[in-house]
Design a protein around this ligand. Structure first.
Ligand SMILES: CC(C)(COP(=O)(O)OP(=O)(O)OC[C@H]1O[C@@H](n2cnc3c(N)ncnc32)[C@H](O)[C@@H]1OP(=O)(O)O)[C@@H](O)C(=O)NCCC(=O)NCCS
Length: 390
């Protein structure tokens, strides 16, 4: 008698009885991971066991990318080999360059990045090979090429000549070089490098979960990364760093900040760059990013943004008890570094490629199809009326 009701409908009817819907999957643990640990209770984030603050203090982004993928920090030899491979893979094909040249100049660079990864899939001989070895090689290729794609589009849409990547520059230096034709002073490069470390990985966030969901059907890495980029674009996720800068530009000057934020709170507006699904008493990445944003602000002789930052932060904490998230300091920091606003989320992509691809490899290693249920609340059973009788 037990098996008369199919397994599927048994689950459905139990769910319906309990009405146990976890909208947004809040608080649901769906799998295990060894890549990072987000600890909201003590405002901490570790990659493979290392606190991010420590990594920012002592490592370059390349070392952290190696760590995220391989589980350990590289020694000198391993780093050298890894950097050589990354630098050798920076160039993009003539075909992809031409495609970027033909893209509408008004395209959002997130869409450019997404399309470029799709094109890379067409060009990569190992696209359909989901073995861990092939996946690691593909991860490195996407990682090395995405900055080149973005650098090219940055220049093309301004009517400037594309600058090819340089092998004697670090990952961060090379990105500045390809966008601006020069490398800024070391404190600015370091602030950028730190932002890449802080954006590299963050557990089962929306885009990573998207990548893992796509992977769970045994689809390929390029497809999963493409989906992750689309997911990151949204303003409730990566797109928030752009929105932060837009709102700071709208506020214009520090003396208008208090009035603006009080009005926004009164009108129950969502203030971009504040709040977090996991951290409810402060995003563990913010103190480090804020320190570097303030350094950049000092170097760039900023008179407004750091003051607006302080006022918004104080009022949000006092009136709503909501803390800033990582996008709050990174947005104005990228602006002061000279990047166009719509390049902020693509920079997030440049960093998060590491986390996404590590999760894709982890998902393949112990896969189970991700397939949740929904409680149906539409029309009851209806009879189809023939077309000529409707
Ligand atoms: C990140 C975010 C989507 C988390 O959402 P969540 O976990 O679903 O939390 P909720 O949206 O339910 O927020 C809980 C409460 O705090 C308020 N809140 C959260 N973030 C807020 C914000 N940025 N501005 C104003 N109020 C906010 C909500 O209005 C809600 O209040 P209520 O209980 O009175 O309705 C949300 O904080 C947000 O939209 N932030 C702005 C976008 C952003 O910066 N995203 C980047 C995240 S790293």
């Amino acid at each position: 008698m037990k098996n008369i009701i199919p397994r599927w409908s048994r689950i459905m009817s139990n769910d319906e009885k309990k009405d146990d819907i976890k909208k947004g999957l809040i608080g649901i643990v769906v799998d295990e991971t060894t890549i990072s640990k987000v600890m909201p209770d003590i405002n901490s984030l570790t990659y493979r066991g290392y606190p991010v603050q420590d990594l920012c203090e002592n490592c370059r982004f390349e070392e952290v990318a190696f760590l995220v993928w391989h589980g350990n920090l590289p020694n000198t030899l391993e780093l050298k080999k890894f950097e050589t491979e990354e630098r050798e893979n920076r160039r993009i094909s003539i075909n992809l360059t031409k495609i970027i040249e033909h893209m509408p100049k008004r395209s959002h660079p997130m869409d450019v990045a997404r399309t470029a990864v799709s094109v890379m899939a067409l060009e990569d001989k190992e696209t359909s090979d989901n073995s861990p070895e092939a996946n690691m090689r593909k991860a490195l290729r996407i990682f090395a090429k995405i900055p080149t794609v973005l650098g090219a589009f940055y220049r093309i849409r301004k009517g400037k000549k594309i600058i090819k990547p340089k092998k004697n520059l670090t990952f961060a230096q090379n990105f500045f070089y390809m966008c601006f034709g020069k490398v800024p002073q070391k404190e600015i490069v370091q602030a950028f490098d730190v932002s890449l470390i802080l954006y590299a990985e963050h557990g089962f966030n929306v885009s990573t979960f998207t990548a893992r969901t796509i992977t769970s059907s045994l689809s390929d890495m390029h497809g999963a990364v493409t989906g992750a980029i689309a997911s990151l674009k949204g303003p409730l996720h990566g797109g928030a760093n752009e929105k932060v800068m837009e709102l700071m530009s709208k506020i214009k000057s520090p003396d208008k900040a208090k009035k603006w934020i009080n009005n926004a709170i009164k009108n129950k507006e969502v203030i971009m760059g504040f709040g977090h699904r996991v951290y409810k008493s402060g995003d563990s990445r913010v103190p480090t990013m804020k320190k570097h944003f303030l350094k950049v602000a000092k170097i760039k002789k900023d008179k407004k943004l750091h003051k607006i930052y302080k006022i918004l932060e104080e009022v949000m904490l006092k009136k709503k008890n909501i803390h800033p998230n990582m996008d709050f300091p990174s947005g104005p920091a990228y602006h002061l570094m000279g990047f166009d606003i719509d390049f902020f989320t693509p920079i997030f992509v440049v960093a998060r490629i590491t986390g996404w691809t590590a999760h894709i490899i982890e998902q393949h290693a112990a896969n189970r199809l991700i397939r949740p249920l929904a409680k149906y609340k539409g029309e009851k059973h209806r009879k189809v009326v023939l077309l000529n009788q409707r």
